[in-house]
Design a protein around this ligand. Structure first.
Ligand code: ZN
Length: 228
């Protein structure tokens, strides 16, 4: 069984499309949250996610767009969240509001736990790949699972702590590891759990133009070229 892992699409339709067309045939696609925010195409991204029946959790930007409560976000992110909130169609808003904070699935006998931030703080905690063994164990101890899928940092990760595989596929729509290509991963559940990380080019120029044309903060366009 193969599972596609994506996260942090951030209203970047071109990157999302590029990832979906690059992805090998999978049985299921899981998304660790933040489908919207930052980018200029929230409705298009949500429509595609719904059409592909992607199983997603809610991220902090999704939550901000639903509630219009932007206190946890920096100025640029808050501006984009409020911009998103005013543009979402009723259907897409309802879909976004329906996303759970956590997903627990059983796939090929493996317990899989998906959350945007961390099991103990689903929306806001950043779990970085350079966490010490002890900090990592502490951060994920709330997940009774064999595989824990996280997002939020926009940085890909593969760690093994307390017998749990901890994965972050990186960000589809706004990578922050200085590689501007869209990031995602594929898990292969065979005898062992194998993950492969993949990067895909997409039309950053056109995406940046859309962000500027929408009147969103210019830095949200610029940073895409640099991958931070
Ligand atoms: Zn994000």
């Amino acid at each position: 069984m193969k599972i596609g892992l994506i996260s942090d699409i951030h209203s970047n339709l071109a990157a999302f499309r590029a990832v979906l067309s690059d992805m090998p045939k999978v049985d299921e696609i899981l998304c660790a949250g933040d489908l919207v925010g930052y980018g200029a195409e929230p409705n298009e991204v949500l429509k595609l996610a719904r059409a592909k029946e992607i199983k997603a959790v809610m991220g902090n930007h999704d939550q901000a767009a639903v509630t219009k409560d932007v206190r946890g976000l920096n100025d640029r992110a808050a501006t984009a969240a409020l911009w998103t909130a005013t543009r979402l169609t009723r259907e897409n808003l309802d879909y976004l509001a329906s996303l759970p904070p956590r997903l627990e699935l059983k796939l090929e006998g493996q317990r899989v736990f998906v959350v945007h931030g961390s099991p103990r703080d689903p929306f806001n905690e950043y779990v970085f790949p350079d966490f010490s063994h002890r900090d990592m164990a502490e951060a994920v101890k709330g997940a009774e699972a064999d595989v824990v899928v996280l997002g939020h940092t926009h940085i890909l990760m593969r760690r093994m702590v307390l017998g749990k595989n901890i994965f972050n596929p990186g960000s589809v729509g706004q990578p922050r590891d200085r590689d501007p290509r869209a990031s995602y991963a594929v898990i292969d559940f065979d005898e062992e759990v194998e993950i492969s990380f993949r990067r895909v080019e997409y039309d950053i120029e056109a995406t940046a133009e859309k962000i500027k044309a929408a009147g969103l903060p210019e830095e949200l366009a610029t940073r895409l070229f640099f991958g931070w």
